[in-house]
Design a protein around this ligand. Structure first.
Ligand SMILES: *Cc1c(COP(=O)(O)O)cnc(C)c1O
Length: 462
């Protein structure tokens, strides 16, 4: 109990302790993540090619695998200060309830209106678009968090924000849609009639409720066909992981302040941005041979790219307009079942996270949905925060690891990323509470069907 006096429930850093530079883990990787390839020539994408789609400064960040630190511009720091530094919370009540000798900490990213870590990158991407003198940005949103975050960020910098929202989410999540509109964003249900690819999808699949891959293709088409617009993406890309490194840098500063050495670091993994951001500084220490950690990426068993995908170059979108990226992938045609893994339902994975996993620096675990919601409910009742379903994947594994410590009697320090709140996910909670939630695990044949469609070319053997 004496300890309770030493480590507060919430470790809040002050403004001056907030990082002034993002950390680029690629700089410390001996074997770098593979470059993006032009889908036609299979040659590495040049900055010039990428600048047709993305903002110039963001392309430079995307391709930069040399500089370990990249200054955070003052304007972004000013915005960060409105909701950061975020607290690192010691889950004393959860520890007590579990009866574990482990110490559990979570980094809480849900303290902003968009409700998740996505704002950390949205504000950076909006800033660079503004700096370039653009009129606006286009993007897609599946579960809705990214669209919300981007609408907030573009409102701040007075930019247009065109969001292609997957039609089923547009219809089933009117609240997210209205948050986007309140911040001045334009939400368009996808597939739409605004783009060639949208019109084709509507013609080929009448009544379709859309997919994330299709919404990406529409947003990219909109950007390249409208003067003064560029496309922005909320996960997967190197630049997004770079911006999200603020999560890990703050976590490390907070731990160091109290002399705490993390043993296990856990994050949920959809496209890999929060996980990549949380672990970057720690992975950096491992890569430089300074320290060791166990790092666990948690993904849904319904969309298991790391644990069951192949490591190959693949398309990032169904329309196949984006560059090819080397990653753990289930194939761009993989359709996860219509369950609630929400923001984690992406067929691929960040190439940085993929390469670190390939080098066995991090582990991966797939968990089933009802188990995840059991953990979410337990966490909500004990720690008070209603977690996002995505975040609850990390909670589930943190609890599992804490219970293992109970068996072995080890007082390990477990740190996990609590990426957001779940207020807009009450439909999923409803189905859990009603006992109608089901688990879906794709068969090997399901996965093979889509991995068989991954493009094969010399240099892409898998
Ligand atoms: C989008 C989202 C995720 C998953 O995205 P990553 O890029 O893998 O971090 C996780 N949690 C929340 C709350 C999200 O909104």
């Amino acid at each position: 109990m004496a300890e309770k006096n030493e480590i507060p429930y919430k470790i809040y850093l002050n403004e001056n302790e907030m990082p002034v530079a993002w950390y680029n883990v690629r700089a410390d990787m001996k074997k770098k993540p593979a470059p993006l390839l032009n889908p036609e020539t299979h040659q590495p994408c040049t900055a010039e090619e990428l600048e047709h789609v993305f903002c110039k400064d963001l392309v430079a960040q995307e391709l930069n695998d040399k500089d370990p630190y990249i200054q955070i511009p003052q304007e972004i720091r000013t915005f960060y200060k409105m909701y950061r530094p975020s607290p690192l919370v010691r889950a004393y009540c959860l520890e007590e309830k579990l009866g574990t000798p482990a110490h559990i900490y979570y980094k809480f990213e849900g303290n902003n209106t968009s409700g998740s870590h996505k704002l950390n990158s949205a504000i950076a991407q909006a800033y660079y678009a503004k700096k370039q003198g653009l009129k606006g940005v286009t993007t897609e949103t599946g579960a809705g968090q990214w669209g919300t975050a981007m609408a907030m960020a573009t409102a701040y910098f007075d930019l247009d924000c065109v969001v292609y929202q997957v039609k089923c989410s547009y219809e089933q999540k009117p609240f997210r849609r209205e948050v986007i509109r309140t911040y001045g964003g334009k939400a368009i249900p996808s597939p739409s009639m605004e783009t060639q690819i949208g019109r084709k999808m509507n013609e080929d699949f009448p009544g379709t409720t859309g997919s994330l891959g299709c919404a990406i293709s529409e947003a990219v088409e909109h950007a390249v066909t409208h003067e003064g617009y560029r496309y922005v993406l909320g996960s997967v890309l190197n630049q997004v992981l770079l911006h999200q490194s603020i999560i890990g840098l703050e976590t490390k500063t907070a731990l160091d302040k109290y002399g705490i050495k993390a043993d296990i670091i856990i994050g949920c993994a959809g496209g890999g941005s929060n996980l990549g951001g949380l672990i970057s500084p720690f992975a950096g220490e491992m890569l430089r041979g300074e320290k060791n950690y166990r790092i666990i990426a948690v993904e849904p068993a319904s969309c298991p790219s790391l644990t069951r995908g192949v490591y190959a170059y693949d398309f990032c979108d169904t329309g196949k307009v984006c560059p090819l990226q080397k990653m753990y992938t289930l194939g761009s045609s993989f359709m996860p079942s219509a369950n609630h893994a929400g923001g984690l339902r992406y067929h691929g994975m960040s190439s940085i996270v993929s390469e670190l996993y390939h080098q066995k620096l991090i582990e991966a675990r797939a968990v089933e949905q009802t188990e995840v919601f059991k953990a979410a409910q337990q966490f909500a009742r004990i720690e008070g925060i209603l977690p996002a379903p995505e975040s609850s994947h990390a909670i589930k594994v943190a609890i599992d690891e804490a219970l293992k410590c109970k068996e072995t009697g080890e007082a390990k320090n477990i740190v996990f990323g609590l990426t957001g709140t779940g207020y807009f996910d009450m439909k999923a909670y409803e189905s859990f509470n009603n006992g109608t939630m089901s688990d879906y695990i794709p068969t090997d044949a399901d996965i093979k069907k889509s991995t068989d469609l991954i493009p094969r070319f010399s240099g892409n053997e898998f």
